[in-house]
Design a protein around this ligand. Sequence first.
Ligand code: ADP
Ligand code: MG
Length: 745
Amino acid sequence: MTQALEQTLAKVLGTRTAGTLEKLGLVTVEDLLRHYPRRYGTPGEFTDMSRLTRGEHVTVMAEVRTTTVRQMRSRGGAMLEAIVTDGRDTLQLTFFAKRAGVLRMHEDKLRPGRTGLFTGTVGDYRGRRQLVHPDYLIVGVDATDADEAVLEASRPIPIYPAAASAPTWRIAKAVRTVLDPLLEADVPDPVPAALREKHGHGTLLEALRDVHVPDDEAAATRGQARLTYEEALVLQTSLARRKADRESHAAVARAGRSGGLLDAFDARLPFPLTAGQISVGDEIAADLARETPMLRLLQGDVGAGKTIVALRAMLCVVDSGGQAAMLAPTEVLAAQHERTLRALLGPLAEGGMLGGAENATRVTLLTGSQGAAARRQALGEAASGSAGIVVGTHALLSDTVQFADLGLVVVDEQHRFGVEQRDALRSRAERVPHTLVMTATPIPRTVAMTVFGDLETSQLTDKPAGRGEITTHVVPADNAAWMTRTWSRVREEVDAGRRVYVVAPRIDADVPEDDDALDPSLADADAGAASDAGEGGKAAKRPLEAVTDVAERLRALPALAGVSIGVMHGRLPADQKDAAMAAFADGRTPVLVSTTVIEVGVDVREASVMVVLDADHFGISQLHQLRGRIGRGNLPGLCLLVTHAEDGTLAHERLTAVAATTDGFELAEKDLELRREGDVLGAAQSGGRNSLRLLRVMRDADVLAQAREDAAALIGDDPTLASAPELAAAIDAWLGEREEFLERS
Ligand code: ADP
Ligand code: MG
């Protein structure tokens, strides 16, 4: 940035104007120039007045037909009345003042025949629509000569995201004041000249003129295209640079060895690996054998068998003399992973123990809530290297945990694995561990390219054979007969020796939300979804179902007499969580009422039914995750989505979509379709100084792909961007905010 762009608006425009612009978060000249018009008004295309409704806040474009100033005998003072028209209907503009003189200024501007934009709240005076004291802009009135007036009057009119204190034309005027005097030298361009030429884009200054003061529609479009590309390029170059940086670090090659643990494990597997597990396993093995740190994202639907893939990779590293760490998003999941891995490994995990296999390793759990003694022992096993596999939460990556030789980090469910964690890994040692990130939340290609553009990706597309089919139904909560049937169905299931999850959105009446909801970005989406549901009717006012209430209610239900009902939520101490899961798994409490803590990864093969209460409170992918908790053995699963949402509402449509398919990728697309576009990248698109303004992940897939290619070439030739300092600066300016949203992604 140069001096000119860094200047404060207060200095250039005066404190008064700057103060109003500051309410929009605009502080510097650059901020203002990057505040792009949302859309453009077409001169001569008047607003249809017949559509204005009373009480509505509107901005209309219209032509002034008459203007009259007169004294008011009854009230004293003077009044100006202007009639504006769209050519058919009319609207009255009314201004009052103590003296007629004050109104002359308006009269002078509101000359018959002139076109303007008028903003105000539509009122009604004697059956006639009117705006009282509207704010307005007369097109071309500031022009210095007739030619310019004609040009001004024919330009598309930029309509800015505005605030009441800063109407769009006041912003436009401020933009002109800062933009008009700028020279090329004042506006460094992040897009290198060669790329501008390649794509036929103009300079940044030209683009800013095109979007803020377009001569015609084509100019506005041209400017937007160039600025969209710029955003894509900055984004993709930052990812390419990150990737190059990772690749410049060294890792220890972990090629495994024949006759080791991995071979022994494969020989013990009670089932054949799926084709996907084999081919992804090969990809990972090839990565591990290189001296460049792996960073691979493994996508695979719920139940696709990712754990086995991860375990095989970990064994390969252990066979090579290294250690592996497995990170879960919660302690409950970490504890479960440890049990699962031990069970899968059998004697292979009993290193140093009687009956353990020769060259067996150890699986160690390390969590914050462990007792001091257990924790000390776990820390010791990690540091000495006697634990080949250490399982825990992200706290494992903190400095207090030492590994003898950490070769691989597996991150299960990527939600909380942002750039910062990736960097923490990198800075840990001079040898960077290989990293495998796993997720069951399908990420559409364009989003993956944007948010995880520096990762390699693999997909598990097939599922292990012999999975129970899951049937899903939407159940109207207000229908007593259906609800009775629901609970008697639960009873039947329990009597048949199976388990049932009952999921509720809240913990108890006093705790409004379950704060350990596993996916903060979904929590945001849900907030939106919940208000959508609210529009549908009474759902918004009724308190949401809470775990403790539901458990009590079910215990009192005759249909469930004699059935033990367990409770599970994020506020329970770790040992109680473990106890609740264990009691559910072994059937002591065959019904478990829980929040979404069970959303990810929990694996109880006898669980066959899931009842989700207030299901419309959850997002599509969250419901899909939840549903993945049943049908894990070969039992057919039944998922009942109980809701107060009414047919025809968006909330109901989402539930119907979940009921219609168990294909996670299909649901992910449906999810995108039903969400507003801005939600895809969350905070990054919602404003703020350095966020994405024009780039839309879904719409601009081609631009993203193009920029990705350009960025790769650029970084390939010049990894430090020495030849493109403006681009490097733009990335730095942008990164701070981006890191933040990646954290949430
Ligand atoms: P996810 O991908 O959701 O993490 P898991 O790894 O938990 O799935 O696997 C789900 C279940 O499928 C586990 O009980 C696991 O033992 C089993 N499984 C994994 N791979 C296979 C396979 N190739 N054949 C049969 N069952 C498998
Ligand atoms: Mg899993």
